[in-house]
Design a protein around this ligand. Structure first.
Ligand code: RB5
Length: 147
């Protein structure tokens, strides 16, 4: 499984920790930057991650900024993306089971590294339920892209 990751300067250190964790677990990773702690703009890194997911180059995306909010706002503007900003394990699992989220956003200034890694593991290890009621609701979300 291939995971695309992106951060701004606020999420740079946590991104590196997550990349190392994922590699150690045997995932393929695609690091879309940023590559240093210089101040930068989170949309510039959200877009390549989301493009990789939509194109099928990556299976899932992980986006990290200070709060996770800017990254999630950006990601959810991109057709085909369902990005969930999560800070608890229950939601990280539920957004895979119920929303079939394909990108997760994390706030590096909100949560610690250990919790972030637990959230990434929960997200990546949980499958979509394929429940009819969830499929119907996801279709309603995705149809909004046609408005
Ligand atoms: C950068 O200072 C900060 O605004 C950004 O990382 C993020 O929190 C925005 O949503």
């Amino acid at each position: 499984m291939k995971i695309a990751l992106g951060s701004d300067h606020g999420g740079f250190d946590l991104k590196n920790a997550i990349v190392a964790h994922l590699k150690q677990k045997g995932y393929d990773t695609l690091d879309c930057g940023t590559y240093d702690t210089n101040s930068c703009d989170y949309p510039d890194f959200a877009v390549p991650v989301c493009d990789a997911v939509v194109s099928g180059t990556a299976d899932f995306g992980v986006l990290i900024c200070g709060t996770g909010i800017g990254m999630s706002l950006t990601a959810n503007k991109i057709n085909g993306i369902r990005c969930a900003l999560v800070s608890d394990v229950f939601s990280a699992k539920a957004t895979r089971e119920h929303n079939d989220a394909n990108v997760m956003a994390l706030g590096a200034r909100v949560i610690g590294d250990c919790l972030a890694i637990a959230l990434v593991d929960a997200f990546l290890e949980t499958k979509f339920s394929n429940g009819a009621r969830h499929i119907k609701r996801i279709e309603k979300i995705m149809n909004l892209e046609k408005r």
